[in-house]
Structures are given as C-alpha cells and as structure tokens.
Design a protein around this ligand. Structure first.
Ligand code: UDX
Length: 473
C-alpha cells in the first residue's frame, strides 16, 4: 500500500502589499493548523518582508521562499508601470514557478496550490503538474460578482458607457438593483482604463473558475447576497475573513504593540502611537490611501486644507512615493514640510494601521476603500469616509455607504470644503447613526472569527479539504 502523502500547500500571492498581507495571514493559519506551507514571494518583496523581530514565521511548518518576477532590481513595480509587471508574471515568473515546483525546492512535493485570483500562472502550472489549485481573490465578494457580470454588461451594450455621465443609474447587477451609479462600478469599467489592462483582469477572473475552490477574505454575514450569486459559479467557497482578525484570535497575527504587522513591506513609524496617546478619545481622523494609490499636489493641498479647516487632529500616512506627477526633489521637499511635527497633526511614511485603528483616540478613517483597509476599519469599529481610486475600491465604498451604512462615500471629489463637510458629518452630525450600524457590523465580524463563527468553521473545513485533496491528487 502507498504511504499517505504529507499535505504541502504552496501559497502564491500577487506581488503587492494588499495581496501579500491576507495571503500571509492565511499561510500562518494553515501552518498553525498543522499543514506544511510554503509562502512564495517574489525576490523583490521577500527582501522587504524578511522577518523583522518576532513577526518571523511562527512554526517550522511555514517556509518563506522566493522566485524572480523577471524584472530588474531597479524597476519601480509601481501602478504606472504595472503592465510591465503583469507581462513579466505571465512569462519569466511563470517559468520560475514551474522550476520551483519541479525542483527539490518544493520538498516534500506540493499537494495543493493556493493561487491569488490574479495569479492564474499558479493554476496553469498546477494543472501541468496535476496538482489541485484553489483560487484566493483578495477583494470583496461584491466586486468579484460584478467582475463576473461585466461580459454580460458588454453584451447588453451597457459597457463601455454610452456617454460620459457617470452619475446615471446603472441597472442590471443582480443583487444591487437601485444601488449603483456608473461611477460606483469597478475602475476597469471606466473608459480611461487601458483595454489591455481590462482584458488582463477579465482573463484572470475567468481563469479562477478552473480552480477547484474559492477562498474569500470576507464573512458570510457581511456579504451573504453576493456570496449566493457567486455560489452559482463556484461549488466550493470558503469565506474566512476578516483574516487579520482570525490571525489575531488564533495567536498567529501580530498585535502585540511591539512588532511589525503581518506581511508589512515597509518599516512602520511607531512614533505615531505615542502621539495618539496624547490625543483625546475618538478625536483623531486617521488618513491613509493604502499602498498603491498616488495623489497630485493639488489633491494633497485640498485634503490638507479640508482637514485643517475642520479643526480635528489628524494622522496622515503619506508614503514616500505618494505624490503623482511631481519631480522627485520637489515631492520630497513638500513631504518633509508636511512631516514637521506640529500640534494636532502628524504625518508619517507608514503606520501600524491595525493598531492605529484600534487606538482609543481614533474616531474616523479617511480611506481609499482598499479591501484590507475596509475590513480593518470594520473590525476596529471605526466609521469611514471613502475616497476610492482604483480596482475594487469604487464598489467597496458604495457598499460602505449605501448597504452597510458605516461611512460616507466621497468618490471622485476632494475639494477642501467637501473634505471639511464630510469630516464634520462623520464625526459630529451623523456620528450616532453611522456608529449604530458600525457597532452592529463590527460585532458580526467579531462573531465570525469566534470559536463557533462562520469564518473559523470555514477555515477548519478548508484545512480538512486540503488534507483530502492532497491524498487523491
Ligand atoms: C489594493 C486594493 O484596493 C485591495 O482591495 C486589493 O484587494 C489589493 O490591492 P491596497 O492599496 O494595498 O490594495 O489597499 P488595502 O487593501 O487597504 O491594503 C493596504 C494594507 O496596508 C492594509 O492591510 C493596511 O493595514 C496596510 N497599511 C496601510 C499599513 O500597514 N500601514 C499604512 O500606513 C498603510
């Protein structure tokens, strides 16, 4: 009789912060459940994420490995040059992945690949080697369902939009009737998006259906209607979010106040925690536009004046690469001017976001509505003002304001008076109403990762399934 094979999972994230963090949380959770796991980063991100202090791998079952993404070291890998990265993933990185999986590097042999929903090279190579693949899309169910409906919208002549009026109601998305304007659809629906990018992401979405199961970083009580639509496409769905909260509950996340957050690609400036300690309860607006979004100097100044004018203390994350279309020297000098510490405001390169949101001084979150940030806001119970820019953010922000009613959608505008009005609404005039919804949704998120919660149970089911498919492949 053949010896049973040891399950060995390869986790393959798309090489960007918002993908690496939830997928590393999952890798840690799987290893904590007794599975052997290899987390495969690109060399570029591996170097940045290398274990800093106690956030190193918690168990001998988790290995952090890396392969080349095929780009030279000095390539910026920025949003503006994403097409070069995408092309290189499909060619050089795919070859490196195949090489990694057939070589001794992946000993014992990999029995299951968990591929990011925009890393179909993971599914391709798994198929070539007859290894089962599971797809993990790191954004919301509402956005994924919308992506699957886009070909129908094109067929029906609803996309591309027949004219430039983004305020027109958009009909036809099952489960969202009366909810959407054109501007609320994912950014790939806007005509300004390059056609090859659109094709790329649509092809990746279709490729996900070749996987034997789907993992989502969401929870049943948050997105039940959208999940029921996705169940018409995927027979096996594992909703295991919010993953960062599940990781903390399972003691594999980092929330000690002493170490880097799980999967952070940048050094966190912890001095802002000390500054927060000196601020009044629920008084501070935390501002962060995630890891990719950039803003122009004009937008930056509008935000700055809007925030200053409303008279609330604020903590703003402005990454070194946050300014768009300015020469490097000018951008650097503007950022250093803003970073001068002054009473009532603090600007940092990168913050320990989960801890900031959990701090008693924080009362509002001005966010780009990235999915991780949205979930982190929900877990911490902090209401949001949304200024979405790309990808899923446009639709996430609509759900935040109109479905869950836990924030305000400031989409496509950021003049100083609107910023000021929004902050006043969030922190004063509409505070009670929004906080009531937020308290309910936040409690549901906490239940989902509790011992009997849906996400905890789904994770157990996922682990069981990974053990099973490992034996039969
Ligand atoms: C983008 C998308 O919008 C997201 O929905 C998609 O799934 C991945 O790509 P990103 O811009 O990185 O993501 O935003 P988000 O998903 O919110 O992730 C940012 C992460 O960086 C969060 O986990 C946040 O905690 C972390 N962060 C951000 C910090 O740790 N410190 C900071 O100062 C800012």
């Amino acid at each position: 009789m053949e010896e049973p094979r040891e399950p060995h999972v390869l986790v393959l994230p798309f090489p960007a912060q918002g993908h690496i963090k939830p997928m590393l949380c999952l890798a840690k959770l799987l290893a904590a459940a007794g599975l052997r796991v290899t987390f495969l980063n690109t060399h570029h991100n591996h170097r940045r994420i290398l274990p800093r202090g106690p956030s190193s791998p918690p168990s001998s079952l988790l290995r952090l490995e890396s392969i080349s993404d095929g780009l030279p070291d000095d390539h910026p890998r920025s949003l503006e040059r994403i097409e070069e990265l995408l092309l290189s993933i499909k060619t050089a990185m795919k070859a490196a992945l195949r090489e990694f999986l057939v070589s001794k590097s992946a000993e014992p042999p990999v029995t299951c690949v968990i591929a990011d929903g925009i890393m179909s090279i993971g599914i391709d190579v798994a198929e070539e080697l007859s290894v089962p693949a599971i797809s993990f899309r790191t954004f919301s169910a509402c956005c994924l369902w919308t992506y699957f409906c886009i070909p129908t919208f094109i067929h029906e002549g609803k996309l591309p939009f027949p004219d430039d009026d983004l305020d027109k109601e958009f009909h036809g998305l099952l489960g969202a009737e009366g909810l959407l304007r054109r501007r609320d659809l994912p950014s790939i629906c806007r005509s300004a998006i390059a056609i090859n990018l659109y094709r790329y992401f649509m092809d990746e979405t279709i490729a996900m259906t070749r996987a034997c199961a789907l993992i989502l970083n969401t929870f049943d009580a948050l997105e039940a209607p959208m999940l029921s639509h996705l169940a018409t496409i995927f027979t096996d769905i594992y909703t295991i979010g919010p993953l960062h909260a599940l990781a903390v509950k399972s003691h594999v996340g980092h929330f000690s106040g002493r170490s880097e957050s799980v999967g952070s690609l940048q050094m966190e400036d912890r001095s802002c925690m000390v500054w927060l300690n000196s601020q009044a309860s629920r008084s501070v607006v935390y501002v962060s536009f995630g890891s990719l979004v950039k803003i122009t100097v004009d937008q930056l100044m509008e935000f700055w004046h809007g925030l200053v004018n409303c008279g609330r203390p604020f903590l703003w994350v402005l990454r070194e690469d946050a300014i768009l279309g300015e020469n490097e020297e000018k951008a650097r000098s503007l950022l250093s001017e803003l970073k001068v510490v002054s009473e009532g405001r603090r600007v940092v390169d990168w913050a320990p976001q989960e801890e900031v949101l959990a701090h008693a001084a924080v009362g509002g979150f001005l966010t780009h509505s990235g999915w991780n940030s949205t979930l982190e806001g929900i877990v911490a119970g902090i209401p949001m003002i949304c200024w979405p820019r790309i990808a899923d953010q446009q639709i996430n922000s609509r759900w935040v304001s109109e479905v869950w009613k836990i924030g305000l959608d400031m989409k496509d505008t950021c003049d100083r008076s609107t910023v000021e009005t929004m902050v006043r609404l969030l922190m004063d005039d509409k505070k009670e109403e929004i906080m009531k919804s937020m308290a309910r949704i936040s409690a549901l998120s906490s239940d989902s990762v509790g011992p009997e919660g849906s996400s905890s149970k789904n994770l157990e089911r996922l682990v069981k399934n990974i053990r099973k498919i490992g034996q039969t492949s």
